[in-house]
Design a protein around this ligand. Sequence first.
Ligand SMILES: Cc1cc2nc3c(=O)[nH]c(=O)nc-3n(C[C@H](O)[C@H](O)[C@H](O)COP(=O)(O)OP(=O)(O)OC[C@H]3O[C@@H](n4cnc5c(N)ncnc54)[C@H](O)[C@@H]3O)c2cc1C
Length: 312
Amino acid sequence: MTNVPEFLTNFNSHAPAFTGLFRFNEPMAGHTTFNVGGPADLWIRPEGDGFSGYAAALLEAAGEGGIPVFILGRGANLVVSDRGIRGIVLDTTGYTGLEREEGDTLWFRSGTTVDEALEAAAARSLSGLEFLAGMPGSIGGALWMNARCYGREMADIVTTVRFLERGKVLTMTQHKKDYDYKKSPFQGRDLLILEGAFALTEKAPGLIREEMKNRRRDREQKGQYRFPSAGSAFKNNRKFGKPTGKIIDDLGLKGLSRGDAQIAPWHGNLIINRGRASARDIKTLMDEVHTRVYEALGFSLEPEIIFAGEGF
Ligand SMILES: Cc1cc2nc3c(=O)[nH]c(=O)nc-3n(C[C@H](O)[C@H](O)[C@H](O)COP(=O)(O)OP(=O)(O)OC[C@H]3O[C@@H](n4cnc5c(N)ncnc54)[C@H](O)[C@@H]3O)c2cc1C
């Protein structure tokens, strides 16, 4: 792999103008909701209108230089390894806001937080995104994950996505049939989601805000914000006959810990960082839960959390 600082110096000498931030050996713990993760060789966060042009050029040059690039949203579904990420972390959180409005369809930039998008929609009396209220994460990350809650998922509301793949910017109409439980057509590909369009419907602002408030309160009552985490640790699976949290709970595993990583004493499918957990602690705990459930019931739990970086 090419030396990363040297790569950036060469690249920036002919790249589109850069606005934003970059740092070498940047600890990823500060960029994930779990608060774990070692250094990225280069963490770079282009900002504003120049984001797409700069990101496109960077991805192309990194590809030519054999430098891997990891795309980062709000880090709300990630465990980054203690050794960190080799190559470049391209952080999308500087690319935020409403890109454009087409009637009741709103286009959001990928780094926009889900809550910022909701606020923008509510301010226009547009309904459809409320089910996501209080879910940490970016629009890009939520699309990539096909995030879901309260019986709805991103696939229900997204109409079009603009993304960058192999040097081309593509705008594609989205179809629900191409999505599945926690699966989107963007997974398993080298691409960068730039913007997503959502078809919303008019509704009284009071009703929209009421639902947002209820969703946020429900999450608070479920203890989701009490400790750093990445939300549900494992996926649900209808074949198991009950939610994964209930399976883990019924086996008496709530409260089990490895180092400072612990299965939340109040929820079987939430792994929390009690303060100084390492990525290794979290991985070891998840492996342990997987083994115990498999040995007891023959079910193979699938992690929902994404493990990124060197050494997993
Ligand atoms: C307290 C809490 C509650 C949660 N509740 C829920 C819930 O109810 N439902 C749910 O589904 N999830 C939930 N999550 C998980 C998380 O919020 C979602 O998965 C969210 O969509 C992740 O978005 P992100 O921007 O943080 O993505 P990241 O964690 O940064 O990235 C996730 C994946 O998406 C890729 N990615 C991110 N942005 C882009 C982009 N622009 N282009 C291409 N790839 C990209 C990354 O490379 C990575 O593979 C919860 C998490 C927490 C901490």
